[in-house]
Design a protein around this ligand. Sequence first.
Ligand SMILES: [Zn+2]
Length: 505
Amino acid sequence: MRIAVASFQHETNTFSPRPTEYADYQQEDSWPGLLLGEEVCDVLAGLNIASEGFIQAARQQGHCIVPVNWCSAEPGGKVTDSTFEKIMQLVLNGIRQAGPIDALFLDLHGAMVSDSYDDGEGEVLRRVRAVFGPQLPVVASLDFHANLSAAFVEQVDAMAIYRTYPHLDMADTGARSLALLEQLQAEQISHKAFIQIPYLIPLSSQHTGSEPNVALFSALAELEATPGISNIEFAMGFPAADIPDSGASITVFGSDREQVEVVCQQFYARVLAAETHYSDNLMSTSQALKTAHNLHSHKPVVLADVQDNSGAGASSDTTGMLADLVAGGAQKAVIAVLTDPAAAVAAHRAGVGAVIDLALGGQSGVAELGPYNGRFEVLALGDGNFTCVGEMYAGCEVKIGPMALLKVVADNCDVQVMISTERYACTDLAVYSHLGIDPLEYALLVVKSTVHFRAAFEPISDHILSVAAPGLHPCQLGELNYQKLRSHVRLGPCGPLHIAATGQQ
Ligand SMILES: [Zn+2]
């Protein structure tokens, strides 16, 4: 087969006021900036990214790849209309220029919202179909956090979704997409069933190393072996998106129409039965400090600032935990990473050893998420360029601009904070060595990440505590005022029932 490979990824947090612009796609962060043509193969080579997994698998099978583009912006607010149009034009023109093709692979996220389209990927598929017709085989890979619509599922011929969170299987999912495309060509995928789950699951409860997810994904694998079934895809959804299709869903593909429906209902029943097993482990910073103290751990205790995760669209500059750590007299604590470009400039101007006064962070524009006013000693400086070493991001070159390690000047506590220029969800230990420190020498490692950090931090810590401090990535869903979400969905496992206002569905 001659297969075009294109991409348009975004995880949109509609609660974030920060619009996602074209420049955000060009920007290198933990992943490369926008790639065109052969750059896709060259730059993604060896990385844990779906397109790379697909390309390698396709080449091994002797298929011809025509790379169109690859792009992903850091999660944030809605994709602006001009950005959406510009990237769609690039994707559609690129596929046209690829000449005659036998199939199209799309590397998507699944939770994109633009100014005009609540169902970003549904619109991507609609436009692809409008130009290339219903006959072109289209296979997509999607993120674990996809918010899928019936319209999207109807328009895609086959798809594969990551099955791990932290996402260790992104490249594997790309390779799985190639296998599905081959099954599609062999006419082994002719039917599909789709159903949405009637309760939202916050990201803080979605870790696939915890129950009930371990049991659910093992049940998925068992059911997938049913004759006539090709694959079962379970998206856990991205509930920080107030759109009709927010939340988890199941899609089943296969050759046996009846079995596809039956298996979909069987797995749906498993997911419904799992609802009471999801736990909300969120605690306040003071509870977490007390718990950590009582653990007497010889290894660092990780405190996850789950609601200020830039990897889920948050500003990564909230100061709630910093203030609480100082007030609580925390010892040997370091926060990674708080974004404040002005503070980074000030620290670099002042130099190592200098003491500076800062109104740190709190620049999101949300009134209650203000800055932390204090005096800091500059302990170390960095240019913000480092290469990831952990399993999830191995080989990725992070570029987050000038960084600094600051220490709060106070008698009662020992609290340090890493500053970056661009947002960075702390998911890799390389950020510590970049600033010349060893995470093992700290008692408390505060990370602005929800779950992805676990891949790198579980090997160095026996205790991970999830903390709900103020931030733009809400995990306490029952407290949110959803306006567009479809009716009769529970806001969190066993959470309050959302009833849409009259006039909505
Ligand atoms: Zn994800």
